[in-house]
Write a protein of this length. Structure first.
Length: 339
């Protein structure tokens, strides 16, 4: 029988050829600090397509220049970035994979010049400046920036969108009671803290009818942070508002580091999948085909996101196939050395 890892998966109008997703990973390679695709990005992503990942996510692409983690971040805030992005989607698709873009705003974790913004003026740590509290117009403008980015994503041919609501960046900062001390309709109750993300999802949905993923940090590792019950509720709302899949990462809202071990975030993907009735992606220290197969066969997640092991080995899918005794088709040009 074909391993679950190599079965196709459909969401909306797209069928992924397998369940292997390249997790978004910042490459800090926009060397001119203009958010534009460089040759590095083309080689990097194309090689993972040749390696047969079903879906390849770009690194976080900033929806505004102020929302970059660093000056070298990828951007999708300006039409001058479209040519490069189009070249990227074409290159990945030509090599047989689907491609998604992660739409992001770094919020209080931005290390760019000029003011940085967040729901509340609380710094992340002593090394990063204190953010300005966002005004209502700031909030509306930023939501619009996500929508504009979605329109650009359509123009250049991305297949999937992922909203980055994890790792302590802007959207996560609205969700968490640790970083959102607002007293207006964007702060206070869980429903209010969700309003920013809710509006982004709804606005993006007005222009985007393809698969929409949301990456969350499903464990904040803090006594007074959001808990799994909160994320079950949030995922249920996201589903109603138009999200198709919740990509379950964790941490990053405070400097506290999680205790990481193989598959440590998988239980969150499993719980949210069961309790909120929405597709999930599992990520975090998943390094073998057998581990990925266990997650899928036990219905703990629908897709498996691979990060660092795909940096170490662009042919990770072939390694996984060999472990699962499956004969994976590769690029025709590589026939003599593939299996
Ligand atoms: C170099 C690097 C850059 C990353 N950049 C992003 C990013 O842009 N967006 C994101 O959501 N996660 C980012 N991550 C987290 C990964 O997507 C992934 O969730 C994490 O590495 C855990 O998976 P792994 O154990 O398979 O590497 C990054 C991780 C690495 C190693």
């Amino acid at each position: 029988m074909k391993p679950a890892l190599f079965t196709s998966y459909s969401l909306k109008n797209i069928t992924f050829k397998n369940r292997i997703v390249m997790s978004p990973m910042c490459m800090y390679s926009c060397f001119n600090q203009d958010g534009k695709i460089t040759d590095w990005h083309l080689y990097h992503y194309a090689s993972r397509a040749m390696g047969q990942a079903g879906l390849i996510f770009t690194e976080a692409a900033a929806v505004t220049p102020q929302g970059r983690i660093s000056h070298e971040d990828l951007g999708i805030w300006d039409d001058s970035q479209l040519d490069g992005l189009q070249k990227l989607t074409r290159t990945v698709k030509e090599n047989g994979s689907h491609i998604g873009v992660q739409l992001a705003h770094a919020g209080r974790k931005a290390t760019v010049d000029g003011p940085i913004i967040a729901p509340s003026p609380i710094p992340f740590n002593d090394d990063i400046k204190t953010p300005d509290e966002m005004s209502e117009p700031d909030i509306h403008e930023t939501i619009k920036a996500f929508k504009n980015a979605a329109e650009r994503a359509i123009e250049v041919g991305f297949d999937v969108l992922e909203i980055h609501a994890a790792h302590g960046y802007l959207v996560n900062e609205f969700l968490s009671p640790l970083t959102n001390h607002r007293t207006d309709s964007y702060g206070g109750s869980l429903k209010n803290r969700y309003r920013f993300l809710e509006t982004i999802i709804k606005e993006v949905r007005k222009v985007w009818d393809g698969p929409l993923f949301v990456r969350i940090s499903a464990n904040e590792y803090e006594e007074h942070g959001n808990k799994i019950e909160d994320f079950i509720q949030l995922a249920s709302w996201m589903k109603l508002d138009g999200a198709d899949l919740i990509d379950c990462s964790s941490g990053g809202i405070t400097p506290k580091r999680p205790h990481a071990f193989p598959g440590f975030q998988v239980p969150n993907a499993e719980t949210i999948r069961q309790k909120a009735g929405i597709s999930t992606g599992a990520v975090g220290l998943i390094t073998s085909g057998i581990q990925a197969e266990e997650i899928l066969q036990n219905e703990r997640a629908d897709l498996v996101f691979i990060g660092r092991d795909l940096l170490r080995n662009p042919y990770w899918p072939l390694k996984a196939a060999n472990e699962l005794n499956y004969s994976l088709e590769g690029p025709k040009q590589y026939d003599r050395g593939w299996n």
